[in-house]
Design a protein. Structure first.
Lengths: 235, 226, 220
């Protein structure tokens, strides 16, 4: 194993995330300006900041959806630019918009996700995943008929098909009622108990901070403060 | 390899099921194609001999126009669902997306042509049956060539403004060999081939299909990058 | 900078000499008359149109491999100069065809392919103009640059085959015969001018990119 850990092996690395000088620009706009961060495995990290400060960009880079402009990011020992597929296999991501096809049923969407490489493939596993988020009856309805909250739950069910080592949640509490928020918190707890590392990007401290054992704040693409949740106040 | 096939077939299945449930795209294609054929007949006039000679060209123009319409919508469903780039969250080759979409487009066009060719035969009074096998080959080669580059440019332009302008603009030069090859081969079959050039046109079409398919397949992942 | 000025001077002198030679040193063609002199511009410019396309292709490949925006900028410069050359080729072709054949356009395979080349270029430039992010722009432009180039030989072949039965009136290029030295002089002169133009356009593109990337926001 080499000193910097970048062997591409999914061995037991100390850190879940190692970011060094991570930078990303969109034309003239610098969304991330040199993020340095080390997150150990099993952490539930709340990434807080107002909208537009770079949280989503950061998560998208970690999820390999975006290439960094400069700097490097290692997820569970795998470099996001050099071994994106390795990262994808170990990571699950929940985006604010979600991804579901209107004309397919909830079940069919899960089946599609599974066949694309997103986890367990058999129908019973899908039904279980749906039941866990309270969608068991809506499973045979086209997603066209789902409310926004139901769509978010479907997203959660999609994530529930796998056992990822890193979970990236981008604004997971948005558009959810209390019950929905509870479901997300339960999932976070479940992932944590299974030993996964969870990143929660949100602008709401209270919700994101419930299960978090570490917090970072992002402002103008930089980390401004880091530390455990307890004792941290933020307007 | 089978991973690629599994993922491509997942996309193919999804697109076909969606199409079956809405039937939106296909009926739009069908009525548009019928409209084009009829308009051609009226525009050219009642000279049946003229219509017969032009049948090949008119048919392929109708197929290309209609095909371009369906291509414009090929990646729309992905955008509505959340954006085609999110499909990259799944590991492995994004070329599966290209293959799946290409296959779906081919199926749609194949069904369309099953109606169009007989319709053209009736409207333009040409007899297709004696050359059915040859015509099927030409139809397959031409349609494949069209869909190959069409699916590719459709993916590229889905993120651009003025998509409706750009897709035909980019597509047009690429389709010239397809149109020339398909029309001349069709004419060669339907109207006779005194110079024996049919084989050459078919080979041209085949070469085009292979070359463009390989290049598009190879370069596709770049289109989805961010 | 020095190199640029030298090139510029050379281009001016070269094109000037070439034009004088084409107008005065060469007798008028027996069959075509004075119009044939257009050839001395048309042929070099047509060749340059093809060359620039090849440059775009090369630069596109280089960018895809190395991801350095430099290559993309050269491609842009070559593409714009290429549009200029291609348009000139077509206009001169038309101007030549009218007095000789009485029509504005011939379906000569080379001329037709040139027209299609123009459309591909224009598509390339339009896609560029619609993309704001420089990296995204470079990626898509590179893709089109590669695919466009791959298309061209096949397009030419198919048009050639299409027209070969019909014995179309030929284009100025196919008529380029006897007066070789003057033609070569013009060819060289225009190639130098081409290099100069691409270089200058590249410099401008470099500055534009810098402006694009800087802007009011602070640097990291």
């Amino acid at each position: 194993m080499s000193a910097d850990g970048d062997t591409g092996m999914s061995g037991r690395h100390q850190h879940a995330l190692r970011l060094a000088g991570l930078t990303r620009r969109f034309g003239r706009r610098w969304a991330l300006r040199g993020i340095d961060l080390e997150v150990s495995r099993g952490t539930v990290l709340a990434v807080l900041g107002a909208n537009g400060t770079g949280k989503t960009t950061l998560l998208r880079i970690l999820g390999t959806l975006l290439r960094p402009t400069a700097g490097r990011a290692e997820v569970l020992g795998a470099n996001v630019t050099k071994h994106p597929d390795r990262v994808r296999r170990l990571t699950a991501m929940m985006t604010p918009r979600g991804y579901a096809y209107d004309e397919l049923t909830g079940l069919e969407n899960l089946r599609f996700a599974a066949r694309m490489g997103g986890g367990a493939g058999d129908a019973s596993a899908h039904r279980t995943a749906l039941a866990r988020v309270g969608l068991e009856e809506a499973g045979d309805l086209p997603v066209r008929a789902y409310s926004t909250g139901m769509r978010r739950r479907l997203e959660l069910a999609r994530l529930g098909l796998r056992s990822p080592d890193l979970v990236l949640l981008d604004e997971p509490f948005a558009s959810l009622d209390e019950a929905g928020v509870e479901l997300v918190q339960e999932s976070i707890a479940r992932w944590r108990d299974a030993g996964a590392t969870v990143l929660i990007a949100s602008h709401r401290l209270a919700q994101a901070g419930r299960h978090a054992n570490r917090t970072v704040y992002i402002e103008h693409g930089r980390i401004v403060e880091g530390g455990p949740v307890a004792g941290t106040t933020h307007p | 390899m089978s991973e690629l096939a599994r993922r491509a077939s997942a996309i193919l299945w999804k697109d076909l099921v969606t199409e079956l449930r809405t039937r939106q795209g296909f009926s739009a294609m069908l009525s548009f194609a019928a409209l084009v054929l009829f308009l051609f007949s009226f525009a050219i006039g009642p000279d049946t001999e003229l219509l017969r000679r032009l049948a090949g060209g008119l048919l392929w123009v109708a197929i290309v126009f209609t095909g371009t319409l369906s291509l414009g919508r090929a990646f729309q469903s992905e955008e509505v669902a959340g954006g085609v780039r999110l499909l990259r969250l799944y590991p492995d080759d994004t070329r599966a997306i290209y293959l799946g979409k290409l296959a779906a487009n081919l199926v749609l066009l194949a069904v369309l042509e099953l109606v169009l060719w007989p319709a053209a035969a009736i409207l333009f009074q040409v007899d297709l049956l004696p050359h059915a096998l040859g015509l099927s080959l030409v139809a397959a080669l031409g349609t494949f060539g069209f869909s190959t580059i069409g699916t590719f440019f459709s993916a590229l332009t889905v993120h651009l403004r003025a998509r409706e302008l750009l897709l035909p603009l980019l597509l047009f030069p690429a389709l010239i060999p397809v149109i020339l090859g398909a029309v001349n081969a069709t004419d060669g079959l339907l109207l006779g081939d005194p110079m024996g050039r049919l084989g050459g046109w078919v080979r041209l079409l085949g070469a085009y299909d292979v070359i463009l398919f390989v290049v598009c397949l190879w370069i596709f992942p770049v289109v989805l990058e961010e | 900078m020095r190199a640029q000025r030298v090139l510029g001077g050379l281009s001016l002198v070269g094109v000037g000499l070439g034009t004088i030679a084409a107008l005065f040193l060469v007798p008028a063609d027996r069959l075509q008359g004075q119009v044939q002199r257009l050839l001395y511009v048309h042929v070099p410019v047509a060749w340059l149109a093809e060359l620039s396309f090849f440059v775009v292709f090369l630069m596109s490949l280089l960018y895809l491999v190395q991801r350095k925006l430099t290559w993309d900028l050269v491609a842009l410069a070559a593409a714009e100069v290429g549009v200029l050359c291609t348009s000139l080729t077509l206009i001169l072709g038309s101007l030549w065809a009218k007095p000789i054949w009485g029509i504005w356009w011939t379906w000569d395979p080379r001329l037709t392919t040139t027209a299609i080349l123009l459309i591909i270029y224009v598509g390339y430039l339009i896609v560029r103009s619609m993309t704001d992010d420089p990296d995204q722009r470079a990626r898509w432009a590179a893709v089109i640059g590669v695919i466009g180039f791959v298309q061209v030989p096949i397009v030419y072949l198919s048009v050639f085959w299409w027209r070969s039965l019909h014995q179309p009136p030929s284009s100025p290029r196919s008529m380029a015969t006897a007066f070789g030295a003057v033609l070569l002089l013009n060819l060289a002169a225009y190639t130098v001018a081409f290099t100069y133009l691409v270089l200058r356009r590249y410099r401008v593109a470099q500055i534009n990119l810098e402006l694009e990337l800087r802007g009011p926001e602070e640097e990291p």
